[in-house]
Design a protein around this ligand. Structure first.
Ligand SMILES: Cc1cc2nc3c(=O)[nH]c(=O)nc-3n(C[C@H](O)[C@H](O)[C@H](O)COP(=O)(O)OP(=O)(O)OC[C@H]3O[C@@H](n4cnc5c(N)ncnc54)[C@H](O)[C@@H]3O)c2cc1C
Length: 163
């Protein structure tokens, strides 16, 4: 039995883990690890920001969802990947310490380099988390999603939607 470890609980990691579980069946162990058990459907953050969806509408619990798909889920922060030795180190979460794998899928997403855009934090708002969508909602709750740019202009605080 091979141990397949998929790291990252976004679209890439979830789809990879599901597909592997479906293809390989129960002969092999598929584990999905991510720093949070909460999956956020990013495209709907725009709807959340403009009051057209509630937090519960755009998230689901990976622990429950993965059980149905025969994938073991671990909530944990990956601190280090030891590629040559074939194990990773978790810094916190369900597992603290090392976990060995036979096959590793890295689906850790990307990081916005907003610090490289001067004035971004003072004048813009990004939509990458529920916590960053909420301030937009608080300021622009009266706006319709279609009126987003008009609202943003009134606020003089552009909304940056990044994929
Ligand atoms: C507002 C918005 C709207 C969008 N709309 C669209 C759209 O309409 N159509 C479209 O195709 N795309 C859209 N996108 C883009 C799309 O959502 C992203 O491309 C996609 O979510 C990326 O998925 P991913 O799995 O690669 O990365 P992510 O979703 O970023 O997942 C990365 C995962 O890795 C985990 N992780 C990272 N580091 C660690 C670590 N050290 N230890 C443990 N776990 C870690 C994270 O917690 C997360 O679970 C949109 C994005 C945004 C923000």
């Amino acid at each position: 039995m091979a141990k397949v470890l998929v790291v990252g609980g976004g679209f890439a990691g979830v789809v990879a883990a599901e597909s592997l579980a479906q293809t390989l069946g129960s002969d092999h162990q598929i584990t999905l690890a991510a720093r949070s058990h909460e999956f956020v459907f990013y495209p709907a953050l725009v709807r959340l920001a403009f009051g057209k969806a509630e937090p519960d509408d755009i998230t689901f619990d990976l622990r429950e969802a993965m059980l149905d798909r025969k994938v073991r889920f671990i909530e944990g922060e990956v601190a280090r990947i030891h590629l040559d030795e074939g194990y990773i180190t978790f810094a916190g979460g369900d597992v603290v310490g090392e976990m060995a794998y036979d096959f590793l899928v890295l689906a850790l997403g990307r990081r916005l380099a907003t610090e490289r855009i001067s004035g971004f934090f003072e004048h813009c708002q990004h939509l990458r988390r529920q916590s960053s969508a909420k301030p937009v909602r608080a300021k622009g709750a009266q706006c319709d999603a279609d009126e987003a740019s008009e609202c943003a202009q009134k606020e003089k605080r552009p909304v940056h939607v990044s994929g």
